[in-house]
Every structure is written in C-alpha cells, then in structure tokens.
Design a protein around this ligand. Structure first.
Ligand SMILES: C[S@@+](CC[C@H](N)C(=O)[O-])C[C@H]1O[C@@H](n2cnc3c(N)ncnc32)[C@H](O)[C@@H]1O
Length: 304
C-alpha cells in the first residue's frame, strides 16, 4: 500500500488538506456533528475515493452549507439521510461536486508541457501524419485549462492536427466544472501563461471582454464525465495520460489502485504525468520507470 500523499500547494483549497485554523462550528447555528462528518466522509470515500481530513470539517461544513441553503434544509443529519436515500442520488452528485477542488491553470507545471512538446509528441505526430491514431487523456481536467494546454502544444507542432486522428479525452467527476470546460470561455487574466501567438491563434476575443477557445482547439478535445474511482468505459490504450493534482485527494489505497489502472491503460511507450506533490508509491514502482520530474513511463521490465 502506498503511503498517503500530502497535499502541498492546494492545501488551502481542499477539505482533505491539513487545517489552517480550528473547525468551524457554524455561524448560522447549524452544527455538523462528528457523526455526520464521518457519514459524509464515508460517502465521499466510497463514491469518489476522496479522503476528507476530520481536521478540515469546518471547510466541509461551509461547502455543504451552500447545498443545505439551496435545498432549504437546516439540519446536516437530514441532509445526510437525503443523500443516502434513492431520491437523493442527484444531490449526492452535487455533494461530491461541492467537496472537490477545481484549482487549475493553463500550462500549470509548464515543464510537463515542454516534455510533451519535445519528447512525447514528436513520434506521435509522425504516426498521426501517416494516418495512425493518437490518444491522450486529461484525467481530472477541471475547467479545461489542462486539456486545452495539451491541445495548444499539439497545434504548435502541427496546425493540421484537427484533421488527423488525434484526440484528447478530458474527463472529470464534476458535471458543473465540465460544463465550464466545454464552454471554453476564460477571462483575459487566465490567458497570461500563454505566449502571444497562442493567445491570438487559439482564442477569440468576445464582446464581453472574455476569450473563447478557437474551433481548432475544440476539435481536438472531447469532454466526458468520468469517476476515476468507478469502472471506466474506455478500452483503448492511451499514449499520454495527465492525471495531475487529483491523486492527492484520494486515500492511499485508491491512489495505488489508480496507478495500477493507469499502468494497464498506457501504451507500451506511453507517458504518465502526475502533479508536483504526487508520487508512485513502492507497491507500484515495478510498473513504471521514472523519466523526468513526476513523469513516468511503463517499466516494460526496466527498474524504477
Ligand atoms: C485540483 S483539480 C486538477 C486539475 C488539473 N488536472 C490540474 O492539475 O490543473 C482536481 C480535479 O479532480 C477532479 N476529481 C476529484 N475526484 C475525482 C474522481 N473520483 N474522478 C474524477 N475526477 C475527480 C475534481 O473534480 C477536480 O476537477
């Protein structure tokens, strides 16, 4: 079993992360008891593999308060019973969505995109140019910046890429954030990590001051809801998998199981990119070899 990974950069934003201050007892007098917290944590673990830290129960409470207000419920016990009932299955999805953290950015951890451009993509683009199929996956894509950054990297190498058999699967458990990703509309500040050429060719300015992804980017990306902690519908192998800043929210067992599934889903010469504070634990090291910072390839018999 891999040791639990400790969230670092996103510690402020996720209820699984270490506390910054003591538990919030609730400014509206609605108290989340330890028993209810444990019930919510058990559901989050079962449904999505999320590991909620009891020391962050104040954050869990404030995120779920929004749901209670939306439903007109003023008792966490009633809410817990509702999400556990057959009628509460849609609300269960909303609850998981409220508990996930969606922090992301264009070209976040930019060294991964350098590796993608300089090492992973060149042979794949050659394959695509001669009619072959190339598949990439942004697993836990949040609001779309990661898969669109992958698409921009591809277009930088081959502007004709949308006419080839190259696709990026962009998946997330959170339907609301997937809608944002699909819309592909960002404020100008979000585009700061892009170079001027990417800004002008990959985005179109809108009258409201926002910028919208260009059709060439959209053509490369397919957004799909997918729970990494549940069975996956895809059977094809991926040449490249980005699963960054997602594992940190899972318990050790879920992390290990996911790494084993990624190993099975990767093409023999494939690439797996993890987030800056994520590691392949000892139990899965025989499946991968390290090939750069938080960058892994199938071991194919080689040592970690
Ligand atoms: C912090 S964001 C990371 C976004 C992007 N990969 C990056 O590094 O910028 C984590 C994403 O993982 C998603 N997520 C959490 N649990 C998940 C699960 N069980 N299955 C699929 N996605 C999940 C969340 O909804 C969230 O959008």
């Amino acid at each position: 079993m891999t040791p639990a990974l400790r969230p670092i950069a996103e510690a402020e934003a996720h209820p699984g992360a270490p506390p910054e201050q003591g538990p919030d007892q609730g400014s509206e007098g609605i108290v989340m008891t330890e028993q209810v917290f444990n019930g919510v944590a058990a559901i989050a673990r079962r449904e999505a593999g999320l590991a909620l830290n009891p020391a962050r129960s104040g954050m869990v409470r404030s995120r779920l308060m929004r749901r209670l207000r939306a439903l007109g419920i003023n008792d966490f016990g009633v809410y817990l019973a509702y999400v556990s009932s057959p009628d509460g299955q849609e609300e269960l999805r909303q609850m998981i969505s409220a508990l996930t953290t969606n922090v992301t950015n264009f070209f976040r951890e930019s060294h991964h995109f350098d590796t993608l451009r300089d090492r992973a993509l060149p042979p794949l683009m050659t394959r695509a140019a001669s009619g072959g199929r190339v598949r990439l996956w942004s697993a836990g894509c949040s609001a779309g910046q990661e898969p669109y950054s992958m698409a921009m990297t591809i277009l930088g190498l081959d502007p004709d890429a949308p006419n080839r058999d190259i696709r990026i699967l962009a998946s997330d458990i959170d339907d609301a954030i997937l809608s944002t990703a699909r819309a592909g509309i960002y404020d100008r500040a979000a585009l700061e990590p892009l170079d001027p050429r990417q800004r002008s060719t990959c985005f179109h300015p809108r009258p409201d001051g926002m910028a919208e992804v260009a059709p060439a980017l959209r053509a490369l990306v397919r957004f799909r809801p997918l729970n990494l902690h549940a069975p996956w519908p895809m059977s094809q192998k991926f040449d490249v998998i980005f699963c960054r800043n997602v594992l940190i929210y899972f318990d050790a067992e879920t992390q290990a199981a996911l790494l084993r599934r990624f190993a099975a889903a990767l093409a023999p010469e494939g690439w797996l990119f993890l987030g800056h504070s994520e590691r392949v634990g000892p139990g899965e090291q025989s499946l991968f070899r390290r090939d750069g910072v938080t960058t892994f390839r199938p071991s194919n018999g080689a040592r970690f």
